[in-house]
Design a protein around this ligand. Structure first.
Ligand SMILES: [Fe+2]
Length: 301
């Protein structure tokens, strides 16, 4: 039997959003991919900066890596994507799942964007289809659609490592929410089952962790650990049970505080809207389009 290749994986933690960015590389060729890089945003000053992306660039340089892909798993709701910045610095191709065009259409309506906003995914170099394969040096990479958290979410399976982003979290933290526009708890359950059907020793790298009960943030587990210990999945949780649990939990969660800022950057592939006549770019916030479990403003107020 051919042994599955084992990529080198380094996670970079963004404390502010609890996001993990990854550099995954081929030990033989030093070719590499960056997954879900964060473009920092200070919402109080509405200022962007590239501290985290620069940390990744420093790692790439010191490890002598040749980055060939900059990959996003989905349009994120909690941070801006640093893909365009890293592409400019490294010359690598950007990619995301092809269903991103549906997310673009959905949010184009919410933001009332004009005809000038293309909803064809042309903001990325490549749009992956389910089952697409590609290479990172000698590593085989495969795309698995994983809808539920968003309708465009994908998992990258690279050698023995699965980058599952916002499907499941670390075993003690359960699974990710499915209540954003285009989210679906039932679809998420199906996506998780497909990930759990990967070989037991597949390394699972999650997209978020916030620490839990005093433990430090962590991001690596295995399919076997997820199947046996994930608090939302262990014991073979049924689809009906899962959907009930997920929807009840989501109803209690406030929206991510950067969602309405982040999506309008991320549906542009990580670019801010074109500058206006004064050379300043603006984000717009749609009023009264979302309800949250807030005790200040309930639904419909
Ligand atoms: Fe997400």
């Amino acid at each position: 039997m051919v042994k599955t290749a084992r990529p080198d994986v380094k996670g970079f933690y963004d404390e502010k959003t609890g996001s993990i960015q990854y550099v995954v590389s081929c030990p033989q060729t030093r070719k590499a991919a960056i997954i879900d890089p964060v473009w920092d945003f200070d919402e109080k000053a509405a200022r962007t900066c590239t501290s985290h992306a620069d940390e990744i660039l420093a790692h790439v340089a010191s490890a002598g890596l040749d980055v060939v892909w900059i990959l996003d798993t989905h349009p994120h709701a909690d941070h801006f994507s640093a893909a365009p910045y890293l592409k400019e610095k490294l010359g690598a191709s950007t990619a995301i799942g092809e269903k991103v065009v549906e997310v673009q259409k959905l949010w184009k309506k919410i933001y009332n964007l004009g005809d000038g906003f293309a909803t064809d995914g042309s903001q990325w170099d490549r749009l992956f289809k389910d089952g697409d394969t590609f290479k990172i040096g000698e590593l085989d990479a495969r795309v698995m659609f994983s809808p539920g958290h968003t309708l465009a979410s994908i998992t990258y399976v690279i050698g023995d490592a699965a980058f599952v982003h916002d499907t499941m979290m670390m075993p003690d933290s359960g699974t990710s929410r499915a209540d954003f526009p285009g989210g679906d708890a039932r679809a998420l359950y199906g996506s998780i089952q497909r990930i759990l059907a990967l070989p037991d020793d597949t390394r699972v790298f999650v997209g978020h962790d916030y620490g839990r009960d005093g433990r430090r943030p962590m991001w690596e587990s295995t399919v076997k650990q997820q199947r046996s210990a994930n608090i939302h999945l262990r014991g073979g949780t049924s689809e009906t049970e899962y959907v009930r649990l997920r929807e009840a939990r989501d109803a209690e969660l406030p929206l991510p505080h950067l969602m309405l800022a982040a999506l309008q950057v991320n549906i542009r592939g990580g670019l801010v809207p074109a500058p206006e006549g004064n050379d300043v770019s603006y984000l717009k916030i749609p009023l009264n389009q979302f309800a949250g479990p807030s005790d200040v403003c309930g639904e419909g107020t």
